[in-house]
Design a protein around this ligand. Structure first.
Ligand SMILES: Cc1ncc(COP(=O)(O)O)c(C=O)c1O
Length: 353
């Protein structure tokens, strides 16, 4: 068995005990409040981890891209998948309908009539029924219909199209109080019209442990919480001890008394600042700041550190945003007690279509 100490750098590791505990804690919290857990696999892109989440009690998984669904279905995850993206264009709608035939329940989201019509046409062409949720923008300012009235009207139009089956409403992320107000208003419109809304799907790791404040949610989709990262720690949702993903890097240069250079730059840590001040948290030197990244160099300011690393020392960096780091590497190393127990190919790496 390879020792962690022998892993060449830079390398992305996942602490298996921390990850298992993260999976358990998320599942326990949502189950306690009677909310289904539908983890978003874009964080790890590894079917084996998705299967662990399902084994822990998840009702199904969330994917962002068709390519991710294809990889997970090929790996045997075929029970219950929600695809949270407007799927547009015949090449994609054809792939989607092929997948619908391979998954017990595959649902998609939509937020406009163009997508609804194209999905209906494709479903009719392929002779399948398509389950859909209407995506609602409850404050994030990304995709989603803008008002409860629009949600109701779009759902009604889309459910009248051939082969389209209305399953419910979806948002990202839960915002207090906007999401509750939006869903309350929308649900009363559906109720007045006698239209059942079996699924109300919320999401987001920072919103995870307050999901119970949105009593209408039937399920919650969180991704980042499987690993956690510096962004999640900054929101108070997790501590450094809950961060499973680390970028193991070597100090390759100490050009000045206050500067260290790591062999991990933007091609591992990514340049995603994610509202943070630096580019990651150095576990061994918590006062250090990763102030700049070149592609292969990480510049660390050690001014605030009493102890400072020397050339050749190895450090472990919790990235700002673990989901994007996942997409940078071919494999991640699952480690426990200083040993590598498993090497997982990041099977859905690069699946952006
Ligand atoms: C649609 C959707 N649902 C759920 C999530 C999961 O959010 P988080 O990574 O904060 O857990 C995301 C994240 O990007 C998302 O876009």
């Amino acid at each position: 068995m390879t020792a962690l100490a022998d892993l060449d750098t830079p390398v992305v590791t996942v602490d298996l005990d921390i990850m298992r505990e993260n999976i358990r804690r998320v599942q326990a919290h949502l189950a306690r409040h009677g909310i289904g857990n539908r983890p978003h696999i874009k964080t790890h892109k590894i079917p084996e981890i998705g299967k662990m989440q399902i084994a822990a009690g998840a009702t199904g998984i969330t994917c962002q891209k068709l390519g991710e669904v294809e990889v997970f279905v090929d790996a045997g995850v075929t029970d219950d998948i929600l695809l949270t993206f407007n799927i547009l264009g015949e090449p994609k709608t054809d792939r989607l309908m092929t997948l619908v035939k391979r998954v017990r329940r595959l649902a998609v989201v939509l937020d406009n009539d163009v997508v609804a019509q194209a999905l209906s046409d494709a479903a009719a062409r392929h002779g399948v029924d398509l389950h859909f949720l209407v995506e609602c923008d409850t404050g994030f300012g990304r995709t989603g219909v803008q008002t409860p009235d629009e949600a109701f009207a779009l759902a009604r139009r889309a459910m009248r199209l051939p082969r389209m089956r209305f399953d419910g409403l979806m948002t990202f992320p839960n915002r207090d109080p906007n999401t509750r107000d939006f869903f309350d208003a929308a649900l009363s419109l559906f109720k007045q019209a006698g239209i059942p809304v079996p699924v109300v799907s919320g999401g987001g790791t920072p919103a995870l442990f307050t999901a119970q404040n949105f009593p209408m949610l039937t399920e919650h989709r969180a991704g980042t919480c499987v690993y956690n990262d510096a962004m999640v720690v900054s929101t108070g949702t997790a501590g450094w001890e809950n961060c499973a993903m680390r970028v193991r890097a070597t100090v390759v240069s100490r050009p000045t008394a206050t500067r260290a250079i790591l062999d991990a730059g933007s091609k591992v840590l990514t340049s995603d600042l994610y509202f943070m001040k630096g580019y990651g948290h150095v576990m061994e030197y918590p006062e250090a700041a990763i102030t700049a990244l070149s592609e292969e160099h990480g510049t660390v300011d050690l001014s605030a550190c009493a102890e400072r690393p020397k050339v050749g020392d190895v450090v472990h960096v919790v990235p700002n945003h673990c989901c994007v780091v996942t997409n940078m590497v071919d494999e991640v190393y699952g480690v426990r007690n200083g040993a590598v127990e498993v090497v997982w190919p990041v099977a859905a790496r690069g699946k952006i279509r």
